[in-house]
Every structure is written in C-alpha cells, then in structure tokens.
Design a protein around this ligand. Structure first.
Ligand SMILES: Cc1cc2nc3c(=O)[nH]c(=O)nc-3n(C[C@H](O)[C@H](O)[C@H](O)COP(=O)(O)O)c2cc1C
Length: 114
C-alpha cells in the first residue's frame, strides 16, 4: 500500500493526512464508507503482474500495516482477492494469527478453480 504524506486542497478546505491510501482519501473527503483492496497479505501488486511470466506470483506478506489502518478507521471493509484464491481458509488462518502458514499466490492456481 502507498505510504506517503500528502496535502490536498478540496473546495475551500485544506486537508493534510499521512499514510492514507485511496480508500482512506475517499472516505476522508466524502464521508462515505469505503472498501480497500490490493495486495492484502501479498508482497506483489496485482496490476504489476503480467498475464504471463515469472511476475505472476506473490509471496505472503504481513498485514500489520493494514490492521493499523483498519483500526484507525481509514476505511470500513477490506477485500481480499488472490490471497483468498491461494488460501480458501484465509479468514480462519488470519483470525488464528498463524499467518506464517499462508500459501503464496501463483497464476497456476487459477486453473484449479472450479
Ligand atoms: C482471477 C481474478 C479475476 C478478477 N476479475 C476481476 C473482475 O472481473 N473485475 C474487477 O474489477 N476486478 C477483478 N479482479 C481484480 C480483483 O478484484 C482485485 O482488485 C485484485 O485482484 C487486487 O486484489 P488482490 O491483490 O487482493 O488480489 C480479478 C482478480 C483476479 C485474481
């Protein structure tokens, strides 16, 4: 997730925030509930991965930063994509705290979906 300090003028207001991602900014500016998505518990971005080739894989990664952002209310929900394909029991594993047992994602897993 992006980690930047930023300031933006919105209408007559000037907003300054630190470490907000897109879902965080949208919630802050509009007041609407938002859902964040992208690379949850994975080390590579979805959009950086070519359809073919070695880049279409991601190793498990920490969700500590995500949990900090969720806890402080940056956004309301978290969507999980590829990590859920690689770990159908992802919610159970994460809830247990045994995240070292999470599987990596690779594009070959897509062929295993029914
Ligand atoms: C197999 C697969 C199919 C997807 N299909 C769609 C889609 O039809 N429409 C869409 O907006 N995003 C689609 N996505 C993108 C996901 O919704 C999500 O934004 C993306 O995978 C990033 O989340 P992740 O890093 O948790 O995987 C797809 C992703 C995967 C892996």
């Amino acid at each position: 997730m992006p980690s930047t300090a930023a300031s933006v003028a919105f209408g007559s207001r000037s907003l300054t925030a630190v470490d907000l991602n897109l879902a965080g900014w949208v919630k802050k500016i509009t007041g609407m509930p938002t859902i964040t998505v992208g690379s949850v518990s994975l080390d590579q971005d979805f959009i950086s991965q070519p359809a073919e080739g070695d880049g279409a894989s991601s190793e498990p990664a920490s969700i500590d930063r995500l949990l900090e952002m969720l806890d402080r209310g940056d956004f309301d929900l978290v969507a999980v994509g590829r990590a859920l394909i690689a770990n159908p029991d992802w919610p159970k594993v994460v809830r247990s705290g045994e995240t070292s047992g999470l599987n990596a994602f690779s594009k070959e897993l897509l062929a295993t979906l029914d």
